[in-house]
Design a protein around this ligand. Structure first.
Ligand SMILES: C[S@@+](CC[C@H](N)C(=O)[O-])C[C@H]1O[C@@H](n2cnc3c(N)ncnc32)[C@H](O)[C@@H]1O
Length: 295
């Protein structure tokens, strides 16, 4: 009820009451006073009913407005909401498949965020299970992916993953996760602090040389580190420094290819030949690019 309506109602009720009192005094009949009071009561009932009705209408309008707002949210293919929906569908379907090699007991580290997405984990697992030769996987940046790679190797019954990790705490956390799941025999997490290296004509920061000294015949290289907060194009040295250690037909997966920095890395990898090997895009996942190698 608005202030104006409230004022008119109170005034009407007062006038009716005053009239009732005046008439009762003039006619010396209390019946007029009773009539005034009854009329007042009627005014109060009508005004209250009207006010309740108005409030219901306002609520109804709000509900309709919410529905209308919901209805006008549009999304076109390729728009953020559509991409989010597609991402979720890919992630859920990837997790359903990954679930087949998940151990019945033991806590699995979470995918996504800093870790690879389920779709990328499935890409890695798929390639390991489908590989013709015994897999030797090298991973730059340890975590959830190390566990899934080790699980795939165990499911396959052969192979090993060497995970390079610049941060001692993350290396220990990954080793602990592997141990909890009984996967330590399939993985070697190497603490490899970052060092200055010379790549082509430029200085770069990458994992210590000792950590890769003994590596040869790598069948799958997963590049998900060192972390970008150390500088631009941190993942670039992986191919120049490891190309000579790849097996014939090796595959390379570069994570976070939706970022400009990783796209710049891809452009450089594919523009040159590294130790006689060239790299060509051959698909990927929702966030990672897959490269095949040609010698
Ligand atoms: C992208 S992460 C590697 C993730 C790993 N390949 C996976 O899929 O779980 C790259 C590096 O970031 C660091 N890192 C991992 N998780 C982090 C976190 N939550 N916050 C900060 N740094 C993190 C670690 O040093 C790791 O090697």
């Amino acid at each position: 009820m608005g202030p104006r309506v409230r004022l008119i109602s109170v005034a009407a009720a007062a006038i009716v009451l005053v009239c009732g009192v005046v008439l009762a005094l003039a006619a010396r009949d209390v019946g007029w006073l009773v009539c005034g009071l009854v009329l007042d009561l009627l005014v109060v009932v009508v005004v209250a009913a009207r006010s309740a009705h108005n409030q219901l209408n306002m609520v109804a309008e709000r509900v309709t407005a919410t529905r209308a707002e919901t209805q006008v949210v549009r999304y076109e293919p390729g728009e953020p909401l559509d991409l989010l929906r597609r991402d979720l569908q890919r992630d859920v379907s990837a997790l359903l498949v990954l679930n087949r090699i998940t151990p019945p007991t033991g806590a699995m580290p979470a995918p996504g965020g800093w870790a690879a997405t389920p779709d990328t984990l499935l890409l890695l697992v798929d390639r390991i299970l489908a590989a013709e030769e015994e897999p030797l996987v090298v991973e730059c940046g340890s975590g959830t992916s190390t566990v899934w790679i080790a699980l795939a190797l165990r499911a396959r019954g052969a192979g090993r993953v060497i995970s390079l990790e610049n941060d001692a705490e993350y290396a220990a956390a990954t080793r602990a996760a592997l141990s909890r799941l009984g996967l330590s025999d399939w993985a070697d997490v190497r603490h490899a602090p970052l060092q200055r290296v010379r790549v082509r004509d430029e200085d770069a920061l990458w994992y210590s040389a000792e950590a890769i000294d003994d590596l040869s015949g790598i069948t799958l290289l997963f590049v998900d580190g060192p972390p970008g907060h150390f500088g631009p194009r941190m993942r670039f040295p992986a191919v120049p420094l490891l190309a000579g250690r790849l097996s014939t037909g090796a595959l390379v997966v570069l994570d976070d290819i939706d970022r400009p920095d990783e796209q710049a890395v891809e452009a450089e990898w594919t523009a040159h030949t590294w130790e006689g090997t060239s790299f060509r895009r051959a698909g990927g996942s929702d966030r990672a690019a897959l490269f095949e190698t040609i010698r």
